[in-house]
Design a protein around this ligand. Structure first.
Ligand SMILES: [Zn+2]
Length: 189
């Protein structure tokens, strides 16, 4: 069965049939995203590398349609989540990051600047043929945090050790600190 995510059609073709695409993929299907994740994880010692990071699930749905009754302005809406492995920039341990995107996009040619669609963001089409996977991948890449850190400070080694010892939370040199922790850390404290 062909995967609609990787089909190429014009925005008008996707929209005119009201195409709905269920997304059930792995991170490895998204070449650019996987490359970024791989580069991020490269700082880890090999024994800390999450073994199945490429199998992280990307799930969701895209729906094509038109924003106007005149079926001129094509749209894509929907949602997707991605389970991405990342390195916490505070404690330099790998952790699981969940990316959430909820596209609400007007699919526009370069010259178009329609008014009256405040609920939508403009998505400029750079090619005539549109591959739905490319939109999801670009949105997921944009959703990557500039500096990934454990959401829950209880999970973060930098936080738990620092709070107990000095109460300060200042992390300018995470890499250096991580090395020092290996020497100083006392598992009984
Ligand atoms: Zn952390």
């Amino acid at each position: 069965m062909s995967n609609l995510l990787r089909d190429r059609r014009t925005a008008a073709e996707w929209a005119s049939v009201g195409q709905v695409i269920d997304i059930a993929e792995k991170i490895s299907s998204f070449e650019h995203l996987a490359g970024i994740v791989e580069a991020d994880l490269a700082v880890l010692d090999p024994d800390k590398l999450p073994s199945a990071w490429r199998d992280g699930v990307v799930a969701g749905q895209l729906r094509f349609g038109f924003a106007d009754g005149n079926v001129r302005v094509a749209t894509v809406t929907g949602h997707a989540t991605a389970a991405v492995s990342a390195v916490c920039q505070r404690c330099l341990e790998p952790f699981q990051l969940t990316l959430n995107v909820a596209p609400q996009l007007l699919l526009l040619d370069e010259q178009e600047t329609p008014d009256g669609y405040e609920d939508f963001e403009a998505w400029e089409l750079t090619e005539e043929m549109l591959r739905p996977q490319d939109i999801i991948e670009e949105l997921l890449i944009m959703a990557l945090p500039f500096s990934a850190t454990h959401d829950d400070m209880a999970d973060c080694k930098a936080f738990s050790t620092e709070q107990e010892s000095t109460g300060k939370i200042v992390r300018p040199f995470a890499a250096l600190r991580s090395q020092m922790q290996r020497i100083e850390m006392d598992p009984d404290e």
